[in-house]
Design a protein around this ligand. Sequence first.
Ligand code: G3D
Ligand code: MG
Length: 340
Amino acid sequence: MELSSVLKGVVYSQFGEMGPEAYIWFPQDGTLDSAILGLVSLKSITILQGEEGQVPEDVAVVPFPKYRMNSIVSFFSLPDTEARGGERDATLCILFSDKFSSIIYKHLELFKEQMNTISKEIVKREMEGDLAGSTALIQEFHASLLENLRSLQEAEVEEPKKADFKYKVIVVGDPAVGKTTLLLRYVDNCFKEIYIPTVGVNVSTKQVDVGTSKGQNINVTLNLWDLAGQKSFLHLRRMYLEGANAAIIVYDSTRSETFQNIKSWFEEVNSVNPKILGYIIGNKIDLLKQRKVSTKQGKTVADDLGFKFLETSAKTGKNIPTLFKDISRSILTKYKAIGT
Ligand code: G3D
Ligand code: MG
C-alpha cells in the first residue's frame, strides 16, 4: 500500500494578523490546496481558542469529513512580543485519510510525543527567525511519519491468525461517549480499516482467540461497525443494523443524559434486530470524580433490557479485552450451532 494514501500531509498554522493561517505545510505538490489549508488552520485554531483561552495540554482528534480526512492536532504557543499576552497560538496538524482513522486512535500516544518534540523545535526556530529551518523541520517530520507508518505496517502484517468465525458487531450511543476510541484503540490491523461512504461507517476488525474446544484453537473475527461523523442515524438504520450478531450500546458514565438515551438506542436496535445479543457499556470510568451514573444503575437498566453490562475505560483499556472476549464467546454459543 502506498503510504501517501494514508498520510495526507502535515500543516503548521499560526494565528496571524489576519487570523488563522496555514504557515508551512508538506507535501508541496498541490494536493493540499488553499481550501484545505484554510479549513485546517481555521478549524484547528478555533478549537484551541474555544477552550477559554487556555492552551489544551493534549492533542485533539479533528475530522475533516468534506475532504475525507481525519487529523491529530497539537497546540502550542509562540512567543511574540507584539501579540496580546506576549504569545501567539499555533497548531501542528497531521492529516490522515479517514479510511485509516484507526491509526490515529491506536497510535495516538506515539504521535502525541512526536508532535510535542517537533513543536518545541519549531518554537526554537521561530525565535531565531529561521524560516528555512522551520520549513525543513516540517518536511523532515513528514518523511519520518511515512517511515514510522511503514514500520507500524510491517509490524502488523506479520502472522495473520487464522479466523474460524466472522461476526458483525455494531456500536451505537450518543455522540462523544467514546465509541470510536473504544473500537479503534484496540483494533488489530489499523491499515485494514474499511470505510463505507454511502453509509458513513467505519468497519474495523478484531481477532479474538477464545481458547480451545475439543483440542482445537478457536479464533473469532469481529467486524466492528462504527458510525462516522454525525450522519442522521435514521437514514442508515437498516443497513447498519441488519445482519448484526451483537450490539454494543455505549453511554458516558460522567453524563447522565447519555445514560437516559440508552432506552431509545435499545429501541432502534430492537426494532430491526430483536433478541440480538447486546451489551450496555458504561464508558469513561477512569474519570472517577466526574462519575454521574453508578454501577448499580447501569446494571439495573441492562438487566431490564436483557443486555449484558460492563464498565470500561477506552482511555486506560480497562475491561476492553474482557468485552471483546465475552462478545466472541457469547456469539459463538448463540450462532455456532446454525453455522456462519
Ligand atoms: P464517539 O465516537 O462516541 O463520538 P469518541 O466518541 O471516541 O470520539 O470520544 C469522544 C471523546 O471522549 C474523545 O475526547 C475521547 O478521547 C474521549 N474518551 C473516549 N473514551 C474515554 C475514556 O474511557 N476516558 C476518558 N477520560 N476519555 C475518553 P476528545 O477530547 O478527543 O474529544
Ligand atoms: Mg465516533
